[in-house]
Ligand binder design. Structure first.
Ligand SMILES: [Zn+2]
Length: 135
C-alpha cells in the first residue's frame, strides 16, 4: 500500500454504509498511519455529537443582534463609499470636460485666454453623465 487516505476520504467513509467502506477498512487494517487518523476523526465526531448544543434563547438573540449590527455597518459603509466615489467621479469628469471644451474654444479662437468660460454647465454635465451611465 502506497496511497494513504486523506482526512476527507476518511470522513466520507465514516458516513458510508458498511458494505461501501470495505476497501478503506481493508487499508486501515494494515496501515497504522491511516488507522490513527481515522480513530482521531472518529473520536472528534463522537465528542461533537455528545457536546451540548442547547443554548438559551438569549444567546441566539444576542448572536443575531451582533450579526445584524455588523451587516448594517458594512452596508452603510459600502453605500457611503459608493456615493463619495460617484461625487468624485462627477467632479473629475466636469474638470476634464471643461478643460477639453475650453481648449477647443481657444484653439478655434472662439474665445481668448482672458475670456471667462462658465464652469457650471460642465459640473451639471459631469453629474448627469455619472447619474445615468457612471459607476
Ligand atoms: Zn494509509
Amino acid at each position: 500500500m502506497t496511497k494513504h487516505y486523506s482526512e476527507a476520504d476518511l470522513l466520507e467513509t465514516y458516513y458510508m454504509q458498511p458494505g461501501q467502506s470495505m476497501p478503506v477498512m481493508m487499508h486501515l487494517a494494515e496501515c497504522a498511519e491511516c488507522k490513527a487518523k481515522y480513530e482521531r476523526l472518529e473520536r472528534k465526531l463522537r465528542e461533537a455529537a455528545v457536546c451540548d448544543t442547547e443554548k438559551p434563547v438569549t444567546f441566539w438573540t444576542r448572536q443575531r443582534l451582533s450579526i445584524m449590527r455588523r451587516v448594517d455597518a458594512q452596508r452603510t459603509d459600502g453605500e457611503r463609499f459608493t456615493r463619495n466615489l460617484r461625487v468624485a467621479a462627477a467632479a473629475i469628469l466636469a474638470f476634464f470636460l471643461g478643460g477639453a471644451v475650453a481648449l477647443l474654444l481657444l484653439i478655434t479662437r472662439v474665445r481668448r485666454l482672458k475670456d471667462p468660460i462658465p464652469y457650471g454647465p460642465f459640473l451639471c454635465a459631469g453629474a448627469a453623465i455619472i447619474l445615468y451611465i457612471g459607476p
